[in-house]
Design a protein. Structure first.
Length: 183
């Protein structure tokens, strides 16, 4: 399939399908962990201002297929050398076709061009597909994998963009303890 990858911002209407679908997905997957799952999901998506996801410190991309939004993702500055991936998503009918991997690669390339040396991200314990995607893309789990994922709640990962085989450059990103259920 011929996906068109465009650079955009949270204010662009082309992003709305991505945000709406993420809100439903978060509310559905974590509904039994949050009192008002829909509101919690909406709050999570609104937690960061749009300005964080634009150059020179961030980026937001969308994948289009025949003019329809079918995927996307973003990153923001985590620290001076680290970008933090956020909002990686593909539409249900486009999954398992390599689109999410391409989105991650596109975001990594932009992060390198913007001067970042490594990438950090978290995914939820009820998103095993995302965890598998990140591992396949060379991301190192930054949590104790011998502990049940639900104890961590949020699963952090990292990757050195300059020397992907290096893991010691990620030590400062490791969680000192499980990232349990947020208050």
């Amino acid at each position: 399939m011929a996906y068109e990858i465009i650079d955009t911002s949270l204010h662009d209407p082309v992003v709305r399908p991505l945000l709406d679908a993420l809100q439903i997905e978060y509310a559905t997957r974590y509904g039994d962990f949050r009192r008002n799952a829909a509101t919690s999901a909406s709050d999570e998506l609104a937690r960061y201002p749009a300005e964080l996801f634009v150059p020179p410190h961030g980026a937001f991309i969308v994948a289009l297929l025949d003019g329809e939004t079918v995927g996307g993702g973003a990153f923001k500055r985590y620290d001076g050398t680290t970008a933090e991936l956020k909002r990686i998503w593909t539409r249900a009918d486009q999954r398992r076709q390599g689109l999410a991997h391409r989105i991650v690669e596109e975001l990594e390339a932009r992060a390198v061009r913007q001067g970042y040396r490594r990438v950090y991200l978290t995914t939820g314990f009820r998103q095993p597909e995302a965890a598998a995607l990140y591992r396949k893309a060379g991301y190192e789990p930054l949590y104790d994998v011998s502990i049940a994922p639900e104890v961590h709640f949020r699963l952090p990962f990292g990757k050195d963009l300059v020397e992907p085989a290096r893991k010691d450059t990620l030590d400062a990103l490791r969680a000192p303890e499980p990232l349990g259920y947020p208050a």
